[in-house]
Design a protein around this ligand. Structure first.
Ligand code: HGY
Ligand code: MN
Ligand code: MN
Length: 426
């Protein structure tokens, strides 16, 4: 009989100590001497944490499936198996300078929810599912959040399988190399609602002394690939005025991007995270440079305005420095609102647990931002130290992680035991 007695479920809490132990245990897979994690998607380190996750889920009585892009789905039966499962999770891949919590907290808290329900002998009306989405970070293969984007129908599976990393290895080859190219069709699996727990990766919750962020949506993102072509020449004999220096052109463009972001303060951001001199040599004026640009803002119109300003800046710098600047937008993710009913369920769960909370918009992209196009979705944030993330020093407290897991557990129980008529509708 599904346990829907509120007295038993309302008082249920996750085992915060067990959750913290799994965070520390899995941090060993790709762990760095500085205490961070370097676990690029589909790497040997990623394969090891995937194996660990599968074994832990199976030990918790879950049925684990893998789809054609390697995403792992771990299902816990509910009393009414005709209902689409309430899903929760995040990602286990990290940035090269990643920390212990980005993505990891959402997946391991999902596992903890399952373990806590098992310990309490609670069966929910609706099935539950914890998900590890492939390649959320987008560091090795662009774009970010690619597997959840394919699940939501934004890309075909073949488009994603054909994406290549800097070494020319395709997603398909990388999946096959670690044995995680599953047989399940991407997007075929029904999800009734999706909730993602994540560290905020920004400074707001900590600065305001809030434990829980009730996330109402995600901001928009644009990714560009850039190439600047000048002219290689002798570092000793080429007079400064005669140079067509690609690196100096990039330097000007980087400052222009900063100026354009500041012109749309306080929300807009712009980042050149990768820059390479092609055929570098200490005594040759750089003739060719490749770079990437990440631009974000919560407003679509501001993204448009920034893209226009960036293009104007590139044209002006190219003319002045007699170089060519090619700026190609390779990805645009529109700002996304989360489902009000799921946001309300998160808010109510946080209120019932007595955690100080506030509404917030996510500055980072998340798999939830893709799921929102297909299923009712929302997110839960907890603070991280100094708002730092994508840095090996990324840190969160065991208490805040436990609080986030409790809010996730109570949100999931509310959604999973709601009468069918009140089930999230799409
Ligand atoms: O780029 C992002 O916002 C995410 O961390 N992948
Ligand atoms: Mn993340
Ligand atoms: Mn990240």
């Amino acid at each position: 009989m599904a346990e829907t007695n509120p007295s038993k479920t309302d008082n249920l809490r996750a085992n915060g100590g067990r959750l913290w132990a799994t965070i520390l245990e899995t941090a060993a897979f790709g762990g760095t001497p500085a205490g961070g994690i370097n676990r690029l998607t589909l790497s040997p380190e990623d394969a090891r944490v995937r194996d660990w996750f599968r074994e832990a889920c199976e030990a918790a009585g879950l049925t684990v499936s893998v789809d054609g892009l390697g995403t792992q789905y771990a299902l816990r039966p509910g009393r009414d198996m005709s209902r689409a499962p309430i899903a929760f999770g995040s990602h286990l891949d990290t940035q090269p300078t990643g920390g212990k919590f980005d993505g990891v907290l959402g997946v391991l808290a999902g596992l903890e929810v399952m373990r806590s329900l098992n310990d309490a002998g609670i069966e929910t009306e609706t099935p539950l599912m914890v998900v590890n989405w492939t390649n959320e970070e987008g560091s090795r293969f662009a774009p970010a959040m690619m597997a959840s984007a394919a699940y939501a129908g934004e890309f075909t599976t073949d488009e994603i399988l054909a994406k290549r990393d800097a070494a020319g290895i395709s997603v398909a080859e990388a999946l096959d190399a670690i044995g995680y190219r599953g047989g399940e069709a991407v997007g075929a699996r029904a999800i009734g609602a999706f909730v993602e727990l994540h560290i905020e990766q920004g400074p707001i919750l900590e600065a305001e002394g809030k434990t829980i962020g009730v996330v109402e949506g995600g901001q928009g993102i644009m990714w560009f690939d850039g190439a600047i072509t000048g002219f290689e020449s002798h570092a000793g004999t080429t007079p400064m005025p005669r140079r067509r220096d690609a690196l100096l052109a990039l330097s000007e463009f980087a400052l222009a991007a900063e100026r354009i972001a500041l012109a749309h303060a306080p929300s807009a951001v712009a980042t050149i995270g990768e820059a390479t001199i092609l055929a570098p040599s200490r005594n040759v004026v750089p003739g060719r440079v490749a770079f990437t640009l990440d631009v974000r803002d919560p407003r679509s119109a501001t993204l448009d305005a920034m893209e226009a300003s960036l293009s104007e800046a590139a044209t002006a710098i190219a003319e002045r420095r007699r170089v060519e600047i090619a700026l190609t937008r390779i990805w645009r993710k529109e700002p996304v609102p989360f489902d009000p009913a799921i946001v309300a369920a998160v808010d109510e769960a946080a209120r019932s647990l007595g955690h100080p909370r506030r509404r917030i918009i996510s500055g980072a992209g998340h798999d939830a931002c893709n799921l929102a196009a297909k299923v009712p979705t929302a997110m839960i944030f907890v603070p991280c130290k100094d708002g730092v993330s994508h840095n090996e020093s990324e840190s969160a407290t065991a208490d805040d992680c436990a609080a986030g897991a409790d809010v996730l557990l109570q949100t999931v129980l509310r959604l999973a035991n709601a009468p069918r008529a009140e089930q999230p509708a799409r």
